[in-house]
Unconditional design. Structure first.
Ligand code: GLU
Length: 475
């Protein structure tokens, strides 16, 4: 049997770390087994949908490299893939369930217990089951009279508990008495979350449901529906809770870092995927820095743990830094360039590749470049110029700087290696070496004795600017 999984976001806000993790685990697990990954948009809660929500989700998934085999924009043979386009299917499944005796019309007013998003703990009352007991004559009469009604699921009362087997949380039983005859179709004809999900999971042939543990409390209702509809239950795997950096529960829709923010902050998509994969899962050899391919090769549900995991921004930055370190210089230049604040750093230009090469070890994200460009390109040029002149005022330094400038000007190729060699040769000519040679030169070039290799600095500045700074010190 081939694996079929789904990621089922609601377009009610931006994708954040919590739901990206669900997407990532589904995708990695599916790709590791050569299965089919489906994107389903759960957009039936019209009041909560946000404008452009679906488009943003698709863009974020594209950016993360989480491609889907069936879903919006791809199609497939189990569609449509938006719940809003599946109403007719739901209606016929409701009718089928009523006809088979698995559900019944209920003429009582709908209560709080039946709304999506109300957790079991918040439910203060259970439905009494009143309309379940109506005799068929009365029921039919009220239906014929067109009395408004919802449809409730007949929870089987002959079984004392609903047992589920979860790949992560093991076997769990829920007392059937705690589950009231929940509404599957509202008075206005819209189906409820639990019903829609099950109809879709059956219709789309989903074999594995991988999602946050927040949905564990919905699972008993869902398995009862699978059973009542005569379908095989999928394998369930609930992922542990993600806590915010403050140790508090990550609010489902607020306070969490969105994919768009991570993108704007210059995290590479591979680092985001790597980081979220470590939220509840670990590599068999405890490796922490993993490419997409390595993640696919090593992902398995049996290494998903139950303990809560806490977001750690420092660790996220560290993971990102490792990914940046593995990038080729060419790739890094392409990725960093769009993040450079051109208003602050106007003079960064032709030597971008050398600039990035000089600063790359300091970067954890692409935007970090703006925290370090000032080292090579001071924003306060007047102050930097004054400092250069002060350094050059020392007669011994003047001799060194003059020798360096002469060697540099004679260079045919302005490159890191030739620049380094030219400085050493100038040192020999001027009779200085080590700190006596390098410190004043670095102070003239970047205003500090310590810093990157001089060959790298000069390559980053380019010939004109490098010579200009030395000349300024000598003036
Ligand atoms: N639409 C649900 C959510 O965004 C997912 C439902 C599911 O995975 O079963 O939380």
């Amino acid at each position: 049997m081939s694996v079929r999984t789904r990621f089922a976001p609601s377009p009610t806000g931006l994708l954040h770390l919590g739901n990206v993790r669900a997407a990532a685990f589904n995708w990695l697990f599916t790709r590791s087994l050569g299965g089919v990954f489906i994107l389903r948009i759960e957009d039936t809660d019209v009041e909560r949908n946000v404008e452009g929500g679906e488009k943003a989700i698709l863009e974020d998934l594209h950016w993360l490299g989480l491609d889907w085999d069936e879903g919006p924009g791809v199609s497939g043979s189990h569609g449509p893939y938006r719940q809003s386009e599946r109403s007719a299917l739901y209606a016929s499944e409701v009718t089928r369930l009523v006809d088979s005796g698995g559900a019944y019309p209920c003429f009582c007013p709908e209560g709080a217990a039946d709304r999506e998003g109300v957790s079991a703990e918040e439910v203060t009352h259970q439905y009494s089951g009143f309309c379940r007991g109506l005799d068929s004559a009365e029921r039919n009469a009220r239906l014929v009279a067109g009395e408004p009604h919802a449809i409730r699921f007949s929870v089987p009362r002959d079984q004392s508990e609903v047992a589920i087997q979860d790949e992560v949380f093991g076997s769990i039983s829920f007392p059937t008495n705690d589950i009231d005859d929940f509404i599957i179709c509202r008075t206005d004809g819209r189906v409820t979350y639990n019903f829609g999900v099950v109809v879709d999971d059956i219709g789309m042939g989903i074999t594995h449901v991988i999602r946050g543990v927040g949905h564990l409390s919905n699972t008993p209702k869902q398995v009862l529906l699978f059973d009542a509809m005569g379908a095989d239950r999928p394998v369930f795997a609930h992922l542990p809770t993600v806590l915010g950096p403050d140790g508090r529960k990550l609010a489902k829709r607020e306070g969490a870092t969105s994919v768009q923010e991570m993108k704007a902050q210059g995290y590479p998509p591979g680092a985001v995927l790597n980081y979220v994969s470590l939220l509840g899962w670990s590599h068999p050899e405890e490796k922490e820095i993993l490419s997409n391919e390595e993640l696919v090769a090593s992902m398995s549900l049996d290494r998903v743990g139950r303990s809560d995991c806490q977001l750690d921004p420092d660790k996220f930055r560290w993971v990102s830094a490792q990914h940046l370190a593995q990038e080729s210089l060419e790739g890094l230049v392409d990725h960093v360039a769009p993040f450079i604040d051109r208003d602050r750093f106007r003079s960064v230009g032709e030597n971008l590749s050398a600039v990035i090469d000089t600063l790359r070890t300091r970067l954890s994200t692409y935007t970090d470049i703006n925290d370090h460009l000032g080292l090579l390109f001071p924003e306060d040029e007047v102050h930097a110029g004054a400092l250069r002149k002060k350094v050059g005022a020392d007669p011994e330094v003047t001799t060194t700087l003059t020798a360096v400038r002469d060697r540099l000007q004679a260079l045919e190729r302005w490159e890191e290696e030739t620049l380094g060699a030219a400085i050493r040769e100038a040192g020999i000519l001027a009779g200085v070496k080590g700190a006596d040679l390098f410190h004043p030169l670095r102070r003239v070039l970047i205003g500090s004795e310590k810093g990157p290799d001089l060959g790298k600095i000069l390559a980053s500045l380019g010939m004109e600017e490098g010579i200009r700074r030395i000349d300024q010190a000598l003036s």
